[in-house]
Each structure stands twice: as C-alpha cells, then as structure tokens.
Design a protein around this ligand. Structure first.
Ligand code: AMP
Length: 303
C-alpha cells in the first residue's frame, strides 16, 4: 500500500562544523519520499518554482516517486538556511523563504484521494489540513511539524492534530507544543491534543514512542561520523511510515519495528550532505543495520 505525502521540496544551505553547502536539494517532502521509496510506493504533493532543476525531479522519479501532484509555479522554490554547532541534535534556522509555498493550494490529482497512508510532512498546517479535506478514509494519518509552525500557526496546527493518528516530532518541539519542560508530562499533554501515538525524535539519543498505555525506547545507530543531520527527521519518518504501509500492519509490535527501520534510514542520511548517501543506498545495507540495532539492544533478564 502506498503513501501520500505533502511536504516541502527545497533548496537548503547548510553549515556544520565539518563543511557547508549552498542551495542543495532538500525539503521535508523530498527526504521523506526518498526514504519511504525504499519500502513502498510514494505519491508526493508539493510545489517548486521555475528555478528548480529538472534533474532533481528526475532523481525523485528514478526512486519511483509519483510526481503528478508536484506543481511548478511562477516564482522561486522554497529555501531554508540552517546551521549546526558541535551539538548536532538541534538545527539553528538562519533563514526560511516560503516563496512558491506561500500561495500554494494543494489539489490532489485523481486517484490520490483514496490513499490509505498519509504523511503530513513539515509544512504549513493549513496546507496539511487542506490535504486531509480531500482524502476519503485513510488507515493512518501521520504528521510532522517544527518550531516555525508551532510558534507561527499554532491554532491551525492544533486543528490538524485533532485528525492525526501518529505525530512524529523532536524533543524540543514536544516541549514547545505542550508548554511543559518535563518530556513525559509534555508527551501526555500532546497525546491529549489528538494523536494516539507520539514519536519523539531525540537525535543521537534515539527515539521515544508514547501511547496512552506504553512507552518504547529505540536507540540511534551509533555512528563514528555524523556529517550533516539535515533531513534526519524526515528520513526517519519515511522509513517508519514506509515500513508500516508496506506491511499494512498497525499493531504496536510492528510500529516498534517501523521505528527501528526509521532509525536505520536516518543513520544513512546524516553520513553526507543533502540526500547524497540515500542516492547510493542498497536494501542489504538497510537490513544489515536493522540487525545491528537489534543486537545493540538485546539482553537477557535471566541467566
Ligand atoms: P529535519 O532536519 O528532518 O527536521 O528537516 C530538514 C528539512 O526541513 C530541510 O530540508 C528543510 O528544507 C525543511 N524545512 C525547514 N524549515 C521548514 C519549514 N518551516 N517548513 C517546511 N520545511 C522546512
């Protein structure tokens, strides 16, 4: 079963302690789609400007991503500029230019409205809601967001969250959304906003999943070289939701496996700038790291 995703397709300019890049391919929709394409079919809804090079679209097409919902509009493509210090867990946004996304109104191409798995990647919550209005009866609606929207479009975001099954956000966003410093209390408050499952991304410290009755912890894959964390969150979500859609199984056990596949995918993205590492990634490398994370956390309570 495929996934319908709405998210940003962007030019990113990024500075890390290990180097910098200008106007490379990025965007929440781009990272998510590419990552999920290793597991299932993906249909992307987004807008790019006239300055967007055809080879970037060709790359997504080569991954099997359906681009019939990607419009080219007059104007400039979305741009994001960010910086990371030695603590690679939190990006500092230097500049956000919505450009063609400012006037974008998503219209789903015929057939998209039957999508069973929806991912509302990080983008204006009003656009996320607009997509939800056009779909019929999805099995799963998952969602991401960031401080930019939590602060700037809070009411629209709270409205979107009422329809969301699974929210995937980072630790700082969880605290900001809840207005609560303690992560466990903050998670409870976020669950009360609508989502049945909250997945909190904690960078190199892994992921915590909260439901009303359970908490699950998955480590990040321990890497010796982390080059650029941009897109790690979206890549995580792509692996996670991609795995759920591919298996069609929404049991908690399967959600836990999906979280580990998401962590595996994110561990590849951070090894290089932009989507470069995903361009050369093979399925056996994904399976191999999945097994390694399993070994990493295996222990016996009894001798
Ligand atoms: P992540 O590192 O996974 O949290 O996401 C980074 C990606 O999100 C970058 O490729 C950016 O282009 C994109 N991004 C940054 N800010 C926004 C925003 N306000 N809305 C949509 N996408 C954004």
């Amino acid at each position: 079963m495929g996934i319908l995703v709405i998210g940003s397709v962007a030019f990113d300019s990024v500075e890390t302690p290990f180097g910098q890049v200008e106007e490379v391919l990025g965007g929440s929709g781009t990272y998510f789609s590419t990552s999920a394409s290793f597991f299932t079919d993906v249909r992307l809804v987004a807008v790019v400007g006239e300055d967007f090079p055809p080879e970037h679209l060709e790359f997504l097409r080569s991954r099997g991503v359906d681009l019939s919902g990607v419009k080219t509009a007059p104007g400039r493509t979305f741009r994001w500029k960010g910086r990371y210090g030695y603590d690679l867990n939190e990006a500092q946004t230097l500049d956000t230019q919505l450009n063609v996304f400012a006037a974008f109104r998503p219209e789903l191409p015929t057939g998209f409205e039957d999508a069973e798995y929806i991912f509302l990647a990080n983008i204006d919550p009003e656009l996320q809601m607009e997509v939800l209005r056009q779909v019929r009866r999805p099995r799963l609606i998952a969602c991401d967001t960031m401080n930019y929207w939590i602060g700037g479009k809070r009411e629209a975001l709270l409205q979107t969250l009422k329809s969301v099954d699974t929210l995937v956000i980072n630790e700082g966003e969880t605290r900001q959304l809840a207005g609560e410093a303690n992560l466990v209390k903050a998670a409870r408050a976020v669950l009360a906003m609508g989502p049945k499952t909250l997945v909190v991304k904690r960078g190199e410290y892994g992921v915590l999943m909260f439901t009303e009755h359970s908490v699950f912890s998955a480590p990040a894959y321990p890497l010796e070289s982390v080059f650029d964390p941009t897109g790690a969150g979206d890549t995580f979500a792509g692996g996670f939701i991609g795995y759920l859609a591919a298996t069609g199984n929404l049991s908690e056990h399967n959600i836990r496996r999906g979280i580990v596949f998401g962590s595996v995918m994110a561990s590849f993205t951070v090894e290089d700038f932009s989507l470069n590492r995903l361009r050369t990634l093979h399925h056996d490398e994904i399976q191999d790291r999945f097994r390694q994370i399993k070994l990493l956390t295996e222990f016996n309570v009894e001798e």
